[in-house]
Design a protein around this ligand. Structure first.
Ligand code: FAD
Length: 361
């Protein structure tokens, strides 16, 4: 177990903001996880769990606590059953895209449209990642966790997880710092996705006259489409989509449409150009939620903010939901930029934009 001290959070996150974390522990074996929590408990410090930092933002004052970094590696095929399904298990510190590529290589379908989402496998169930009509909730078989409250390892099933649009039990306030995701098992199927695909993927298919929709080729095409419109965390600092989409009741949707706002229905093709995730029809796992959705990127674009810079934070001109940190010097700059963008959108359309990335506190 490697214990580091005073590590800038900016270096651990793709938004590249945030002051020092008092301790950072990299865990590379499951038995180190209880030790890391024990270390924090002995010092009476809070714990923050992190993978690749692609959906996490640090504050300027840093974190007076212990960040536990998931660096557990390994991917294994647990078995194939009679219905042509494969159970694939990966350790939480695996790079998500490596896991996707591995499954595509085996010719199994279920996560290939989520290729190239930055971050780790262990973070994927936390906000129920999704892209191009797929989301992890649809294929989850089980999630192995260390439960720091009960001080034991457990296996949770999808029915325990309350997965919805960008949510699960893991990102609920009452569970903060409680579950460390050790490994994730997904259930994938032999087969392939069928056209029509989401707009920009379909456009790529048409332009390149693609006819091979095997998982491997879908993953390759999605990667190419994403590369053309989303910032590469190695080149440009961002957390992907900065705001969540807005979900509406039928009455609210009618009101929005009357004001000329584009509202799309679950299952329908939408203008997805502004979204990092292009999760399209929202979460399929979220049963109770309304089916009417406004792409917040549409609101930002139509408020005239695409390409504009606020305090060093640029609204991407390719995907308006994405804020790129060009030259923000601090979290305070980001907070000012966020407040101004929110105000402009609120003044024009009356919606409060909710933030997607989480903040270490
Ligand atoms: C350019 C870009 C594009 C993106 N596109 C998409 C997209 O298309 N779809 C989408 O859904 N998201 C997208 N994202 C967001 C991000 O990639 C995902 O949220 C991803 O799952 C974050 O993984 P991570 O390992 O970096 O998580 P982190 O930022 O490290 O953590 C995110 C959250 O998960 C928790 N967490 C992390 N690891 C564990 C663990 N092992 N156990 C328990 N809790 C844990 C953290 O405490 C935190 O609450 C994008 C981000 C970027 C920068």
């Amino acid at each position: 177990m490697k214990i580091l001290e005073n590590i800038p959070i900016a270096t651990l996150t793709t938004m590249r903001l945030g002051g020092p974390a008092r301790y950072v522990i990299e865990v590379t074996a499951p038995e180190e996880i209880p030790e890391a929590f024990e270390f924090a408990a002995e010092k009476n410090l809070p714990v923050w769990i992190m993978g690749g930092g692609a959906n996490t933002i640090g504050h300027d004052e840093g974190f007076d606590g212990v960040i536990i970094l998931n660096r557990l590696h390994g991917i294994e095929i647990l078995g194939e059953d009679k219905t042509q399904e494969m159970l694939l298990r990966g350790m939480g510190g695996e790079v998500w895209d490596d896991f996707v590529q591995f499954s595509a290589e085996q010719n199994y379908s279920g996560i290939e449209a989520m290729a190239a989402i930055p971050g780790t496998l262990g973070a994927a169930p936390v906000q129920n990642i999704g892209a191009y009509g797929q989301e992890i909730a649809e294929v989850l078989d089980s999630v192995e966790v260390y439960d720091a409250k009960e001080k034991k390892f457990k296996t949770l099933k999808p029915s325990d997880l309350q997965m919805g649009y960008r949510k699960s039990i893991f990102n609920q306030p009452e569970n903060k710092g409680r579950y460390f995701i050790v490994a994730v098992t997904v259930r994938l199927k032999k087969g392939q996705l069928k056209p029509p695909f989401y707009t920009s993927l379909q456009r790529y298919v048409d332009e390149h006259q693609e006819t091979d929709f095997s998982p491997k080729n879908i993953a390759r095409m999605v990667t190419a489409v994403r590369k053309a419109k989303l910032p590469d965390p190695k080149q440009e600092a961002s957390s992907g989509s900065f705001f969540k989409n807005v979900y509406l009741s039928d009455a609210e949707a009618a009101e929005a449409q009357a004001k000329g706002i584009e509202v799309w229905q679950k299952g329908a093709t939408k203008n997805e150009e502004n979204d990092a995730s292009e999760d399209g029809d929202g979460s399929k796992a979220d049963e109770e939620k309304s089916e009417n959705v406004i792409n917040s990127g549409w609101l930002i674009e139509n408020a005239g903010l695409k390409g504009k810079t606020f305090h060093g934070m640029r609204v991407s001109d390719k995907a308006a939901l994405v804020l790129i940190n060009d030259s923000a010097k601090s979290y305070a700059d980001l907070a000012k930029a966020r407040a101004e963008i929110r105000k402009i959108v609120h003044d024009k359309y009356g919606y409060e934009l909710a933030q997607e990335p989480v903040e270490i506190e």
